[in-house]
Design a protein around this ligand. Structure first.
Ligand SMILES: [Zn+2]
Length: 681
């Protein structure tokens, strides 16, 4: 067993200015899976987070709703917590940056920094809205980026080139509050001396604390030189007043990351943990942050420097992830693809989303696309067709023919040992946040478990009472393989794993529970663990009003003509039922798939077509499918197609697939329960 680690984890804070959407959920799911995995391995891992509640937008929003900022953030916090709980995010503490704990910690850290000489006071010229009577925060001034010239950029950073600057650097600035050009006024500000940490930060980012691709991004910033950081804002502002500086407030990005730690102090008070054990300079505990790649500057430069200046340890690692796109595009309210967490939860189980994200998330910062069609097929194929299929086909026989008791020995110990041995690579993938790789490995095992069942056909054996012991033996083997898979999947599918655990009548699971099979014990009657996803329900995730096509501009007659033309085209192609029945479509199972030397588009497949025996076919799906992933899968083939002699051999049939070609080919599969050789009609 690995040495126990002590780990403190946070995902980025949620801005209390609106509802959580699937982008937030992507991040918390990634974090949650990582944390649950660490706990399953026996490590002491704590997941804390908070709402980010300060700043001018919250203040103005509360004003416009006629409530106090405190009332606004309290309401949002309740919504956020409910959404996170329903997404099965198992945070250990969810706080708020507007808490007394955070106020105390901000003051303490700031005073330590000031004492050590890292705080400067400078007079700065600042944008002031003479009409709204307020100094303008960076994001309330817009203009042309001084670095790349892109129009309509905020006053703190450019979305196009990623440069950071101050509003005074913008060309042609205007106030977002009143739409007037701001005037410039002198005001005294407090600066954090970031420049003093340039060398230390450069070393830290190369210590493995950030991903390789992030190091390259940071090097661009290092090459420009790090500028001291203005951490104060003038009243009116919703936040914490800076000690000994009436009318001056901490900038929201100063107190927000400290909010992670303030949230942790609440957990410490509740659970008897010691804050300093995790945060003191020489702490052996780990500190990990999960963030979106848009807030790298704050977390990989400001934050470690702020910690160092406060005589605290720096993060072990800051893990960045990419953005979430929906159907290949940025989430958009006008396209109806701005999917809130609540909208998703109103229609679908959180575990489908958790599984899908897990299957797509790698260790890098590439964007993650949620394609709703692929979402449906992936879930139905993996969870229903493969995973749950193992248990649903075998559990009933144990209940019916073996008195609900598992056999007392394993039929195939070698196969079980292979499932246990695969756990090392799966654990390594989870630990390295490569959940996509973990899921690939787990599903490959699910295929092997299904092959085991297919080959022994307990439903056929069960017809003969003399085979009762063999039925029990086969089903015991399969259910034990299923149990190992569910333990591996527990970080991703916590509820389903809990149900499976109760089915096996076990009180808890750790990773180590995979080592020994469950034998001779009673199981409870099986209840379905997952239901098939209906594409019609998935389609409801997209807001129908926003997504509805615009009313046709042409006269009604034009639309009618088009409809009629389409109908006629189909009519010319009509066939009789007899025509259709001439095509012998069969369910087949892929026994083995391999690459074909000299043919970069083809895969060679060995098929089991039930009563028709074995077939060998060539299929042009190599760009779309990893050959290793196909074994065990059910497909549909044209069984009475004339054999075709090819350069590489004879193809004895054709598999059915949809799509334009290349990577976009989608092989058809029947629902679970179908058996090789079944005729499709
Ligand atoms: Zn720019």
């Amino acid at each position: 067993m690995t040495k126990p680690r002590r780990i403190l984890v946070s995902s980025a804070l949620f801005y209390a200015n609106g509802p959580l959407h699937l982008g937030h959920i992507l991040e918390t799911v990634q974090t949650d899976i990582w944390v649950r995995f660490q706990k399953l391995r026996g490590h002491a891992c704590y997941y804390v987070c908070a709402d980010d509640t300060h700043g001018t937008p919250i203040m103005l929003k509360a004003q416009s709703e006629g409530v106090t900022p405190e009332q606004l953030i309290e309401r949002v916090k309740i919504e956020h917590q409910r959404d996170l709980a329903d997404m099965l995010i198992g945070m250990d503490n969810f706080g708020s940056t507007h808490s007394p704990e955070n106020k105390a910690l901000c003051d303490r850290m700031y005073l330590t920094q000031r004492q050590a000489g890292f705080i400067d006071r400078r007079s700065v010229r600042q944008a002031y809205d003479d009409e709204a009577k307020m100094f303008l925060p960076d994001r309330y001034v817009k203009g042309i980026c001084p670095v790349c010239g892109t129009a309509d950029q905020y006053g703190d950073s450019c979305e196009n080139c990623g440069s950071t600057y101050t509003p005074a650097d913008l060309k042609d600035p205007i106030s977002v509050v009143s739409g007037t050009a701001p005037v410039w006024r002198e005001s005294e500000h407090y600066f954090f001396k970031l420049s003093a940490f340039e060398q230390a930060l450069s070393t830290w980012v190369r210590s493995g604390a950030v991903q390789e691709s992030v190091v390259r991004k940071l090097d661009e910033w290092f090459s420009q030189g790090l500028r001291d950081w203005d951490i104060s804002r003038d009243a009116p502002y919703f936040g914490f007043e800076i000690p000994d500086a009436p009318g001056k407030y901490f900038y929201v990005w100063f107190d927000a990351p400290i909010g992670y730690l303030a949230s942790f102090t609440q957990l410490c008070a509740r659970n008897g943990l010691r804050f300093d054990d995790f945060l003191k300079l020489d702490s052996s505990a780990e500190l990990h942050h999960f963030i979106g790649k848009d807030i790298l500057y704050f977390h990989t430069l400001f934050w470690p420097a702020v910690l160092q200046a406060s005589a605290m340890r720096r993060p072990t690692a800051v893990h960045a992830h990419g953005f979430l796109t929906i159907n290949g595009q940025k989430m958009s309210k006008s396209r109806g693809t701005f999917i809130t967490a609540r909208r998703y939860l109103d229609h679908l189980s959180p575990e489908y989303l958790r599984y899908y994200f897990a299957a797509k998330l790698g260790p890098g910062i590439d964007d993650i696309d949620m394609n709703l069609d692929e979402f449906t097929t992936r879930l139905n194929s993996d969870i229903v067709g493969k995973l749950v299929n193992i248990a649903s086909r075998c559990a009933g026989f144990i209940t019916k023919t073996s008195g609900g008791r598992l056999a007392s020995s394993l039929a195939d110990r070698e196969l079980y040992a292979a499932f246990v041995a695969a756990g090392d690579a799966i654990a390594e993938a989870y630990d390295g946040r490569d959940t996509a790789s973990a899921i690939r490995d787990i599903m490959a095992l699910a295929d092997r478990a299904n092959q085991y069942v297919d080959l022994r056909k307990p439903w056929r054996l069960a017809k003969d009472p003399r085979s009762a012991a063999e039925v029990q033996s086969v089903c015991t083997q399969a259910l034990n393989l299923f149990r190992v898979l569910m333990i591996y999947l527990q970080p991703v599918l916590p509820d389903m794993a809990a149900k499976a655990r109760r089915f096996f009548q076990e009180s808890e699971w750790s990773w180590a529970h995979t080592a020994a099979p469950l034998l001779g014990t009673a199981i409870t009657p099986y209840e379905p663990l997952a239901l098939r996803l209906d594409p019609k329900v998935v389609a409801r995730l997209v807001d129908p009003e926003a997504a509805a096509p615009p009313a046709p501009a042409a006269a009604p007659g034009a639309a009618d003509t088009a409809t009629i033309a389409a109908a006629t085209a189909v009519e010319g192609n009509l066939i009789s039922i007899d025509d259709f029945l001439r095509v012998d479509l069969r369910v087949a199972r892929v026994l083995h798939a391999e690459l074909v030397a000299g043919a970069d588009k083809l895969l060679k497949l060995q098929l089991d077509v039930g009563e028709l025996g074995r077939r060998e076919i060539f299929a042009g799906i190599r760009a779309a499918y990893d050959h290793a992933s196909l074994a065990g899968r059910l497909i549909v083939v044209v069984a009475n197609l004339e054999p075709r002699k090819m350069r590489f051999g004879i193809s004895e049939g054709m598999l059915l697939a949809a799509g334009p070609g290349g990577k976009d080919i989608f092989v058809l599969s029947p629902d679970s329960g179908a058996a090789p050789g079944m005729r499709i009609k």
